[in-house]
Ligand binder design. Structure first.
Ligand code: SF4
Ligand code: SF4
Length: 404
């Protein structure tokens, strides 16, 4: 049976409009009572990345979180907001993040709790492909129901960060860094994200696509009005529709491509049951991709373009994947993909260095300096810098072949 995705127009973050749109999207799926039973503890998982105000479009908007919490309470559930943003997972950092992202206010207005339990737990996941032992925040294991609340944004590792990628915030604090170090190739990292999805199995996803982020997401890009709320019991089906909404081929999203390989989805928009408003009317033209997703064909030979773009081939081209892996760990790859650089906005705070999975950053003369030989291009530093001081630049050979 096709997976259902509800797409509902929502032009702005006016709380009444957002609540109406969220309510309609969930009703199109059978209502909140189809997902939450009275008395259940319901974990609401927004995307909080780093402590930034809602207007920056980095985090899931508090009006969306508040609207979902209200619906959960209406059917007798007990909503609580939980997430491990980038950096250490401590009560102090959570408090700052909740305040700055508007979650504290959303909780107060909707009657949701805020999670300050910073315990972590390791679980076994025998069906995994790479993360057989998975570290999770304790509330993710104890919750009766998980509702995933992603924000639609570009991402330099996976092209877009959508419902599947949002679950990475259930991995506690700096353990996220060790996963980046362990799963250095993008395909492997996305396999890990799909492992997370198959373990966590969120019951429902409600996506904030009222204002998304284009360009250098997930935290250094520009807010871009999209005007939609999406809802679905399937994270993979939601990601297919969200990608199409901003003009991406759904298979450009590496987590979706990996899930296709694993037989978890067809990756085809035609196989999704779309309900609600018209995708064609809501589709956003010219949504700007991040530097690593924007592979202008340029002079790149067709075979190399495919290898770089696909990394793992849906058609199962093992030879191609092997060649890609060889390239991706070597000198050639490093000449083609973007490298992070600290700009004059850098204040030398060292936060990027603390969170680099391979210790590729040093603070020299008050500014971060990245070592291109050690850097694995995970872009955590770009994502987490509180001063938006890191730019991604493609090396000369990459610019010649691929532009930008
Ligand atoms: S790049 Fe950002 S996080 Fe790193 S030292 Fe500079 S200001 Fe701090
Ligand atoms: S320098 Fe930045 S992009 Fe490179 S490995 Fe460290 S955190 Fe990742």
């Amino acid at each position: 049976m096709p997976e259902r995705v509800a797409l509902v127009r929502c032009a702005e973050y006016d709380p009444t409009q957002v609540e109406a749109a969220v309510r309609r999207s969930v009703e199109l799926l059978g209502g909140m009572e189809a997902f939450v039973q009275p008395g259940q503890r319901v974990l609401l998982k927004p995307n909080l990345v780093r402590a930034a105000p809602p207007e920056k479009a980095i985090s899931t908007h508090p009006t969306v979180v508040a609207a979902v919490a209200k619906l959960v309470r209406e059917v007798g559930g007990q909503p609580f907001i939980a997430e491990s943003p980038g950096g250490p997972y401590t009560a102090g950092i959570l408090r700052a993040s909740y305040r700055k992202t508007g979650m504290a206010q959303a909780a107060e207005e909707s009657g949701a709790e805020l999670n300050f339990d910073t315990r972590a737990v390791q679980v076994s996941h025998p069906e995994a492909k790479v993360l057989y032992r998975l570290d999770l925040i304790q509330p993710a294991v104890e919750a009766d129901v998980i509702i995933n609340l992603p924000k639609l944004k570009t991402h330099n590792l996976s092209a877009l960060t959508l419902a599947v990628k949002n679950l990475y915030g259930l991995v506690p604090g700096t353990i996220k860094i060790s996963y980046h170090a362990k799963l250095q190739q993008r395909e492997l990292f996305c396999q890990g994200l799909v492992d997370l999805l198959t373990y966590v199995k969120p019951a429902l996803q409600i996506m904030d696509a009222v204002v998304g982020m284009e360009g250098e997401g997930p935290s250094g890009g520009d807010p871009r009005p999209i005007g939609a709320i999406l809802a679905s019991p399937s994270a993979l089906a939601m990601d297919i529709v969200a990608a199409a909404l901003v003009g991406f081929d759904p298979l450009d999203v590496l987590t979706t491509r990996v899930a296709v390989e694993r037989g978890l989805t067809s990756g085809r928009l035609e196989d999704v049951e779309l309900v609600g408003d018209s995708l064609e009317e809501l589709r956003v033209p010219d949504f700007r991709k991040g530097i690593e997703a924007e592979l202008d064909p340029g002079l790149v030979p067709r075979f190399l373009r495919r290898l770089l773009r696909m990394e793992s081939s849906a058609e199962g081209d093992a030879r191609g994947r092997g060649l890609f892996r060889a390239l991706s760990s070597g000198w050639v790859w490093k000449q083609l993909v973007a490298m992070p650089y600290a700009t004059e906005k850098c204040v030398g705070c060292g936060y990027c260095a603390e969170n680099c999975p391979v210790q590729a950053i040093q603070i020299v003369d008050g500014r971060a300096r990245m070592d291109g030989r050690t850097c694995i291009r995970c872009y955590c530093c770009h994502e987490l810098c509180p001063y938006s001081a890191i730019e991604l630049r493609r090396p000369l050979l990459g610019r010649l072949l691929m532009g930008r």
